[in-house]
Write a protein that binds this ligand. Structure first.
Ligand code: 5GP
Ligand code: MN
Length: 351
């Protein structure tokens, strides 16, 4: 048995789905492969096995790099608050079941958090972050697992409809779950458990085209992205004596290279390839805030760093957060000073 996926919970999961007429899925802001993969996995399962059309709600739009996941049958049922506020509000006010995927606190779904807390719908949580939120009618929260997609896979496999036979999963469901698991593990380079490989094995046997997924997530970038990466590694990466590297990407540079949401995916992992680096921090200037990504090697906590210094959190080795101007720093030019101070304090306090 994986985590708390016991028979009784699965029966409740099935009953809640059977009794619901208007189902929504919710996932976190700036959705990544795991967030979208789990939303679409759930959508296709409900559609094919229960003939129920869920609405997939997002705080912010799908990045271009992940649009390949949203096939024709799903396109008209996915709404983001930024471009379709009215539809999102309507869907939340009408729903009788909300399935919350890949987040643990309402702040991660921004404005949708306030809307959902006013709604009287039933709620299911399926998530792999530490400190799962309260107030769910049914909660599947497992941390020793690769991803929300993997957790959803094991839940669906345990249902009567699928009965541990992955070939019964709708094809698009299986494809979406495999994609989210692959992105959250960086193609099996982190958080890979025996259960993760069992999932991969079952899905490949069931006909999921892994080569196609790798092609879509790793081989479709723009030339500009690679040029920017070259520039960043040569001129913008600072390595501190503490074994921490940091990169600050300001708006001007991002515009110069015509960088879109999703284009800098993966940059933050690269400095960890150095033997002397145990933590990598990347700051990216956004419209009205600075987005922070933190990654670390085992034994150093990216999560604590993100929580203590960047108003965020996440997983032990992969976390994120936000810096606000002027509350946290007066301008992006001061970002390097802020990080240097944060790193000195973080490593001094620890010892
Ligand atoms: P990324 O660096 O890819 O944006 O985020 C990595 C991970 O950090 C995410 O999967 C998520 O778990 C977590 N994360 C990112 N931003 C935030 C944030 O603002 N708050 C919290 N609590 N977690 C975050
Ligand atoms: Mn995830």
């Amino acid at each position: 048995m994986i985590g708390n996926i016991d028979k009784e919970r699965i029966r409740r999961f099935e009953t809640m789905i059977e009794q619901a007429n208007r189902i929504i899925t919710l996932t976190h802001v700036r959705p990544d492969g795991d967030a979208l993969g789990s939303s679409l996995g759930m959508f296709h399962f409900l559609l094919s096995r229960y003939n129920k059309t869920a609405k997939m709600l997002l705080p912010t739009p799908v990045p271009d790099s992940l649009k390949f996941l949203v096939d024709e049958s799903a396109r008209d049922h996915m709404f983001d608050y930024e471009t379709s506020e009215a539809e999102v509000r309507k869907a939340i006010s009408e729903c009788d079941l909300a399935i919350c995927l890949d987040f643990n606190t309402l702040s991660r779904i921004e404005q949708l958090g306030g809307l959902i807390s006013e709604s009287s719908c039933s709620r299911i949580l399926i998530d792999h972050h530490e400190e799962p939120g309260e107030g769910f009618d049914l909660s599947f929260s497992v941390q020793k697992i690769s991803s929300t997609c993997e957790l959803l896979f094991h839940i669906l496999m345990a249902t009567d409809k699928i009965s541990q036979d992955a070939s019964r999963l709708p094809h698009r469901c299986a494809y979406s779950l495999m994609t989210g698991m692959t992105t959250d593990t960086n193609n099996f380079s982190n958080s890979t458990y025996p259960s993760t490989l069992e999932m991969a094995s079952a899905l490949i046997a069931a006909g999921v085209d892994r080569d196609d997924i790798i092609d879509k997530i790793e081989r479709q970038y723009t030339e500009n992205r690679l040029r920017l990466l070259g520039h960043v590694l040569k001129d913008r990466m600072t390595i501190m004596p503490e074994g921490v590297s940091y990169i600050v990407l300001d708006k001007k540079t991002l515009e110069e290279y015509n960088i879109k949401e999703g284009d800098t995916e993966g940059f933050v992992n690269i400095p960890l390839s150095l033997a002397k680096v145990s933590m990598s921090i990347m700051l990216k200037e956004d419209k009205d805030r600075i987005r922070v990504s933190v990654r670390s090697k085992a034994g150093v906590s990216a999560r604590l760093m993100a929580k203590s210094w960047f108003n965020g959190g996440g997983h032990e080795q992969a976390s994120g957060g936000t810096l606000h101007i002027p509350e946290d720093i007066p301008s992006i030019e001061m970002a390097a000073d802020y990080i240097e101070n944060a790193v000195h304090s973080f490593f001094t306090t620890k010892e």
